[in-house]
Design a protein around this ligand. Structure first.
Ligand SMILES: [Zn+2]
Ligand SMILES: [Zn+2]
Length: 266
């Protein structure tokens, strides 16, 4: 282990650069842990407070990019539904389970609503939503992560009735324009991610995703339970989806699309 002086010196250098280089947060945290072991001075205490602030501001893109395929679904699950839409679990109970089970991060993405996030916030929870929308003739689900749920720019895209958050038959009539929706998500500080792409009935997944990318799509859900998801309907393989993600340099996400009471079961 490095000696204290060197650690502090390095910490200060890191701190100067940290505003420009958010990805360095991890290194700073590592150093911070080292400092904890040694004697703590006032200077170091100040350092710790600053590090925490930087962590809070960590960019949603960098955060999601830091998740590894093996993190899904035991430590990270970015696709969970609560009773605010068609899930079976209470919103706060999902948070409680995630914390008890030691999840690093979860995202509750109710259909067309962020009501749950307006009522409950937690460190383990990423603010999110799953919108129904159309891209030409393709009906699709678009996930948004890291949004400011109180930003009024999103209001016009939210469900007006409870049915619009749960009933498939109602939701398929959504008139949300995917291009406008992606812009609104960006304006609210979030990223737009194509959900369960194998379910999208597009003649060419490549062209379909390419079109969404031209509208500003940031990511694609790659890690999810393909066999179970939407049962028989599967228009693309995991390989094809991985290839498309790579081709367009998209942020890769994953989640179980859990609708059950127990978040480990899906
Ligand atoms: Zn969906
Ligand atoms: Zn879903």
């Amino acid at each position: 282990m490095k000696d204290t002086e060197e650690i502090i010196e390095n910490s200060e250098i890191e701190q100067e650069n940290v505003d420009e280089e958010i990805q360095q947060t991890e290194e700073v945290t590592e150093l911070d842990e080292n400092i904890d072991i040694d004697e703590t001075s006032e200077e170091e205490e100040e350092e710790k407070t600053e590090v925490e602030t930087v962590e809070e501001k960590q960019d949603i893109r960098e955060l999601i990019k830091s998740f590894q395929p093996l993190d899904y679904f035991d430590f990270v699950n970015l696709h969970i539904h609560s009773k605010y839409s068609d899930g079976k679990a209470d919103f706060e109970d999902i948070i409680r389970q995630a914390k008890e089970l030691g999840y690093h991060k979860i995202a509750i993405c109710d259909h067309n609503t962020v009501e749950g996030h307006k009522h409950f916030q937690d460190d383990v929870l990423i603010p999110a939503v799953e919108f129904d929308c159309w891209c030409g003739y393709v009906f699709m689900h678009l996930l948004a992560y890291g949004i400011d749920v109180n930003n009024p720019v999103l209001d016009e895209f939210m469900a007006k009735t409870k049915k619009e958050t749960e009933a498939d038959i109602v939701r398929i009539w959504a008139r949300r324009d995917v291009k406008k929706l992606i812009n609104a998500i960006h304006e609210a500080g979030g990223i737009a991610v194509l959900a369960h792409p194998a379910c999208c009935w597009a003649l060419s997944l490549d062209r379909f995703v390419g079109k969404l990318v031209s509208y500003g799509l940031d990511g694609i859900e790659v890690h999810y339970p393909y066999r179970r998801h939407r049962a028989i309907i599967r228009f693309a393989s995991l390989r094809q989806i991985k290839d498309v993600a790579e081709k367009y340099n998209l942020i890769v996400t994953g989640g179980t699309d859990c609708h059950t009471r127990n978040i480990m079961a899906y």
